[in-house]
Design a protein around this ligand. Sequence first.
Ligand code: CAO
Length: 476
Amino acid sequence: MAKKKVKKTKAKDKAKAKDKAKSGNKRTLKLIAKTPKVSTKPWGKDGKALDGVKILDFTHVQSGPTCTQLLAWFGADVIKVERPGVGDITRGQLMDVPNADSLYFTMLNHNKRSITLDSKSKEGMRVLERLVKSCDVLVENFAPGALDRMGLTWERIHSWNPRMIAASVKGFGPGAYEDCKVYENVAQCAGGSASTTGFLDGPPLVTGAQIGDSGTGLHLALGIVSALYQRNRTGRGQKVLCAMQDGVLNLCRVKLRDQQRLAHGPLKEYTQFGQNIPFGEATPRAGNDSGGGQPGVILKCKGWETDPNAYIYFITQAPVWEKICDLIGQPDWKTHPDYAKPPARLPRLTEIFGRIEQWTMTKTKFEVMNECNAFDIPVGPILSMKEIAEDPALRATGTVVEVDHPARGKYLSVGNPIKLSDSITEVERSPLLGEHTDEILTKVLKFTPREVAEIKASGATGQAPKAPAPQARAAE
Ligand code: CAO
């Protein structure tokens, strides 16, 4: 009897296992069946990469807006929530045209919609709740704790919408400085950029590239897209955090590399090695030395006495060394034991670049560019912002775009630097403050006319201004 029971149980288990395997197969088959067919529409004509993704954009200044602008360019519907009457502080910062949103704002907030909302009011929170419930991602870069103080804790967000991804930029990650407010240059200093930028005999320098703000915004965008991808599998949202210090350090990776190399001797590719200047305990400032294995520096070109940008970056890449020697009229260096091989050149970089500079100073930076590239010698002209703004190739690819704005007229912006062949970016002007408040309340959040009236009467949305009439613009 007992034996029979065991047999029965075994048979049952077998059947169960079979069923499980079958349903597993079914699941796989289902997944395969669900895989969409390859689109028959032409490239770039089948919507955008992030079509259908809705973003509650609670960002301001530069880091967060950089992130949401990228997502908008890839097709996400970005709804920017701004404080009534004030909006993103950059709207009014560094203004150049009276009564028009600044370039600071317009160049970081393309392709978004704007709703004004006092998030600290009862009616404001009612709208926010519906936004959280209907969006896929919340992006914010408030000072630490501000979102919690508003009442939008992660627990609350997650309970309202378990699929929501909550993405934040903060200055520092968890640790001693986690409560600190941070701006671009603070991050550059704390992330290792400033201590390694500048000349050996000068103070630390910040760079013009906004690696703290825009760099962290880029990192955050990748985190969000990854979290969206994982959500396809788990059905669950998650928190995404990018600390600006971490983002800067990630971009300064090669300097932490050099810090560790110091333990094994001097950094021979640094100019200071050839100048017999001893190395200290930390990665030094390297002036314009290349950060890689191919020595390079900035050299003067024709006109440098009057043009601050008549310079070129010149890299003595090892595979083209002989071509460099021929080009600068120093063919004997091809075989000379002091110059022929890369290790022999390292202690002589100042002398070598001095000799190359004698040659570059006889030519404009564009002549050097053309002559060197004819021999595959990597060089880079120092382009001014004026030259970049006027560059026809950058215009042709949409990296520099002209945008029209109802209050400020035409202006130049930097378009999407990431090109997708099947999700082509169309750069649209930034929204006016609260321009889409009504549209979002009614069409996106589906509040009834009565509810909209209640929300508005409470003052939660403030007064949405209208775009100036064309005549008014002409008179400006
Ligand atoms: N309705 C009501 N209140 C709102 C609101 C809205 N729609 N939007 C924002 N606020 C409130 C916030 O809740 C916060 O209030 P509390 O301080 O009372 O909680 C307040 O406005 C100010 O927010 P903040 O502290 O973020 O702004 P700040 O100008 O003082 O600081 C910054 C700016 C950038 C230093 C800080 O936000 C920060 O450190 N952010 C994280 C790092 C970052 O992104 N830095 C890069 C900025 S670009 O250089």
